[in-house]
Each structure stands twice: as structure tokens, then as C-alpha cells.
Design a protein around this ligand. Sequence first.
Ligand code: IPM
Ligand code: MN
Length: 365
Amino acid sequence: MTKTFKVAVLPGDGIGPEVVEEAINVLGVIEELEDVKFSFEYGRLGGCAIDEDGTPLPEQTVEICKAADAVLLGAVGGPKWDNNPGHLRPETGLLGIRKALGLYANLRPAFVLDCMAADSSLKEEVVKGVDLMVIRELTGGLYFGEKKRYEDEQGEVASDEMIYHEYEVERIVRRAFEVARLRNKELVSVDKANVLESSRLWRKVVDRLIPEYPDVECRHQLVDSCAMELIRNPKQFDTMVTENMFGDILSDEASMLTGSIGMLPSASLADGNFGLYEPVHGSAPDIAGKGIANPSATILSAGMLMKYSLGLERAANNLEKAVHNVINSGVRTGDITKNREEAVGTKAMSGAIINELRKVYAEQA
Ligand code: IPM
Ligand code: MN
């Protein structure tokens, strides 16, 4: 019997709706090529929800996501809401949904396709062959610790608390070991254990778990030296795991090794198979509605969704292959070419990926 999967779709703001539409088109083609059906439920998150519902994360959106097997998200935010107070900011919706759905494990791959190595701001020989994964803890640490604002005798004071429970560290580190197992079996745990107490707990947990994963080579690295090594010699990294704030910064740094944030997908996973998938890039309000955004990162996010949440490994691998083939064949959106004349639009890019996907399947038949 054909299996049906429920996918919650949150197009969001800016270019979000345009790139999500193409990922949905790709999933529609997967339905023809595999014995599966997708049923899509749409919800609002971010700026569009502030405008429509008066809150960046409507209760209904949480319900739609909870009832689904996985969530596909476009992007949220834009200048329109930039000066809003905290509870009416699109980012607050994003943080809220991570917490509400228990999405504690954020997987952010950064890979440099050979034909794009020259596009990086670093030397081609430094980045060629880079293929790494930053695993970021997503529901703890500085982001969710207590925030305070008060006055003392010296004036106004603000503080953010960096807090981790042992169980929070353990579950993300276990996930990281499991992901490293599926990759090159090398894990670097990144912390600031020379200064921070939360990092010393983090390191203690990692050390306790290391004997349970003897097939994975694991080492510790301080976050400042890690930031430096990522630029000096990024190829030394395979899988990295770190707390929320460090991961926010290091994953942006890693994304720029590739010279093309428009290509990078991400997954935010809860316990079990549930997850939310979104491109690493933002809502790019400057190009919204123009039909020129690169849909590749969102299409690859749909690929990760099939792999991590739905168990559709072959479909995911074939889709990844199709995207790589299309890029290798020279099809370029504006963000990944210096030659604006040759740039194609959103629809043309996804059309090329869909054609290639059919070809990849045909070759296997
Ligand atoms: C990200 C973003 C968010 C974060 C912002 C928009 C809240 O930068 O997904 O990395 O800091 O987590
Ligand atoms: Mn970020």
C-alpha cells in the first residue's frame, strides 16, 4: 500500500514562499517516482503571522506541525518587522517553534562542490573538498536562559544566562556521535571549557560518552581556536558538535567557506524521527517576489526531510545527486554566478533539477 506522509509547510516571509513552492513541486515529482504520497498542511510563522494573527507563532501553527511527520519551512523576517518589540518579532516565532516542537538538534552541513570552489572568498585549494556538518544544540544555552534587565548603583544592567542540564548535553552529543557514524566517524566537540562552567559540564558528558562510540574518533576543541582552524584548514573537520550560541556563529562561518549560502539546507531534529527542515539562508527581502531566488537550499532541505524524518533514503540521495549534477552542468541562479547574464530564475532552476531527477531515476531502472 502506498504510504502517505503528512508534511506541515510554513512558507514564511520574503523569498520563503517562492522557494518552498519549488520544493513542494519536487516532492510532487517524487510521488511519481516512488511509491509515496505527501499531504501538505500550510501554516503561518514569522512576519506573515504577525500581520494575520497578531503573533509570530500562532497556536494553530504549532498544532499543524505536531500533527505532521515533518515540517518544511521557508524563511522568516524582513525590514517591515525589524523595529517591533521582542514578542512581535519574526525571530521570536522561530525560537518559539524550536522550543514548542523540542527541536534540539540542528544539523547544518557545509559542502563545497568542486565546480564552485573558485567562488569562495578563500583560496580554492583551501576549500576544495570541504564537506562538514555543524551540529548545533538548539533549545538551550544562552538563547533560552534567564534574561534580566535592571538598574544598580552603576547604572543599567543586562544579563543572559548560559544554562545547560546534563540531559540536554547528553542527548545532543549522542545525536552527534550517531551522525558522525554515518559520515567519516570523526567528531570534534567545541566548547570554552577553559572559562565557562557550562562548557566544563559539556566536556564531562562528552568524555563519559566516548567509550560508548569506540568506532568514532572524538576530540575536544576550544571555540576560538576552532573558529580559526575553520578558516586556516577547513578540510580537517568532518562532524562538529557544540552549544547553541557557538553553533550559531560557527555554522555561519562554515557556510561562507562554500561561497554560496543559497545552496545549504538544514535540519532541526526532535527525539524520534520528527524534524523541521529549512534553508540556511534568510528571507532575502531585497529579491522577494522577483522570481530570481535560488531554490536549491530549500529543495535540498526537502531531501533531508525525506532522509531523516521519512526514511526515504533513496529519494533523498537521488535528489541530492540531481541538484549536484545540475550545478555541475553550469546552471546558475544569480547568487552563485559572477556572470549575471547567464543567471536563470527560481523556476528554471527547479525545472532543471526536476528533469535531472527523472533522469537519475531512469538510469537506475
Ligand atoms: C539562525 C538564526 C536565528 C538564530 C535567529 C534568526 C533567531 O540566526 O537560525 O541561525 O540565531 O538561531
Ligand atoms: Mn544564525
